[in-house]
Design a protein around this ligand. Structure first.
Ligand code: KE4
Length: 427
């Protein structure tokens, strides 16, 4: 494949943008190469600056549940643009989007629209602290909740990719308010709750983890989290930036049957545009300014063009909930192909990860938490990544990210991918 134009762009980009990218995981450092630069995308396909075409299983890290450039979403955005890009004033679209979010996730009686998942989680944590009057939060190693200071502690995603468990620049005081438990280990939560009796404002969790690779909750884990937080007067915050509208129309609370107090959404809810949201009961959300004392604001919050994209995407998903069965079934086909190669596969709906564990092919190895995920053979993963790319298949350039299946990944394309996986020589 010719990558000369991408190489040229990358060379230029590095002079003006740290690492040549606007988000670290895009730099392909974990797979030891340089990123291709995307020119356009359509359906399940990405086309790069050199005209190479890739079957895309990253889907912009989640928003692309319908595939790229869905005609209805594009039309809605074009129509919105023609009316102006930003007003800094309320619009009818924001009301409808808030209504639709609440229709899909009834626990989110009230929501605030913001511009990124980071902003949604940062704001929801502030609400939890403001509502409870408590300062500490519990998160889980390997969970990633965006790059706000207090949450960059033992985080996943790009921080695992770069094997940087904590970030520079985060004052010790901030980190001190963030306690870290072990995903799928309810005793580690119980201990922290007991040691910090009456001080924990919220437990922040990815109800299905997808930032240390996909790690589903073990049976009972979320239920016990719900019980412990209720007993301790702490709020349960489901970070559904990835799982929201992905695992089911009602996200993880519908998929698992466990209900949180606060929710964050991103990616799909914005239809691929910069829009995210946080929400919960009227009682909790009434502490948000101008109603209450918790301040949160944003020039582009509820931006009309982003709202148009998110609205149209939710409309499509609400009209055709059969999509969830279709993408679940296709993701399972991929999972079976990876299992046939002796890889450890975790899957939840249309989210999956194939882990290159040290004992792969010899013994059954599970990945149930951050520590398990850290044992992966990232060099073997990198070799697999490049073999897939040479076959025109783009998976996330990190072992610690998810593989996303969209409705545009037809059975035929999934079958083709499975055949490539099955025939591939893996280290
Ligand atoms: P953003 O600020 O990137 O919109 O959302 C942060 C975030 C919050 N919560 C969860 C569960 C998330 O997965 C994310 C962001 N996800 C990563 C992919 N693992 C975004 C990709 C990137 O950082 O470039």
């Amino acid at each position: 494949m010719d990558h000369s134009r991408s190489e040229q762009l990358f060379e230029q980009a590095q002079r003006r943008i740290p690492g040549g990218v606007n988000s670290p995981v895009r730099a392909f450092r974990a797979v030891g190469s340089h990123p291709f630069f995307v020119e356009r995308a359509q359906g399940p396909w990405l086309i790069d600056a050199d005209g190479n075409r890739y079957l895309d299983y990253v889907c912009s890290w989640g928003p692309g549940i319908l595939g790229h450039a869905h005609p209805r979403v594009i039309e809605a955005v074009q129509k919105a643009c023609a009316g102006g890009l930003s007003f800094g004033a309320p619009t009818a679209g924001e009301v409808e989007l808030a209504e639709r979010i609440a229709a899909c996730v009834p626990d989110a009686e009230m929501v605030r629209l913001v511009s990124s998942g980071t902003e949604a989680v940062m704001s929801a944590v502030r609400v939890a602290r403001g509502f409870t009057g408590r300062e500490k939060i519990i998160k889980f190693s390997g969970n990633y909740h965006g790059h706000s200071d207090g949450l960059l502690v033992k985080a996943g995603s790009g921080l695992m990719t770069q094997s940087v468990p904590d970030s520079a620049g985060v004052p010790a005081g901030y980190a001190a308010c963030t306690l870290t438990a072990v995903y799928n280990d309810i005793e580690s939560v119980r201990r922290l709750m007991e040691e910090n009796e009456g001080q924990v404002a919220a437990v922040v969790v990815e109800p299905v983890a997808a930032n240390m690779g996909v790690v589903p909750p073990k049976p009972g884990f979320l239920e016990e989290l719900r019980q412990i937080t209720k007993a301790q007067g702490a709020l349960l915050l489901f970070d559904e930036v990835i799982t929201g509208f992905r695992l089911a129309l009602g996200g993880a609370s519908e998929y698992t049957g466990v209900h949180a107090d606060l929710y964050t959404f991103g990616k799909i809810v914005g239809g691929g545009m910069p829009l995210a949201a946080y929400g919960g009961s009227r009682e909790i959300m009434s502490c948000v300014a101008p109603l209450g004392a918790v301040y949160q604001a944003g020039t582009l919050s509820g931006n009309p063009v982003a709202v148009a994209a998110g609205l149209e995407m939710l409309k499509i998903l609400m009209e055709d909930t059969g999509i969830y069965e279709r993408i679940d079934r296709r993701a399972n086909m991929l999972a079976e192909a990876f299992r046939g190669k002796g890889l450890t596969v975790n899957r939840a709906g249309s989210l999956l990860s194939a882990f290159f564990m040290p004992g792969r092919g010899e013994k059954e190895e599970r990945v149930e938490n951050y520590e398990d995920a850290c044992r992966c053979d990232t060099k073997a993963f990198a070799a697999y990544f490049h073999k897939m790319l040479e076959q025109g298949i783009y998976v996330a350039p990190s072992q610690f990210e998810a593989m996303f299946v969209s409705d545009a990944h037809t059975e035929d394309l999934i079958g083709r991918t499975c055949r490539i996986i099955t025939e591939m020589e893996l280290r």
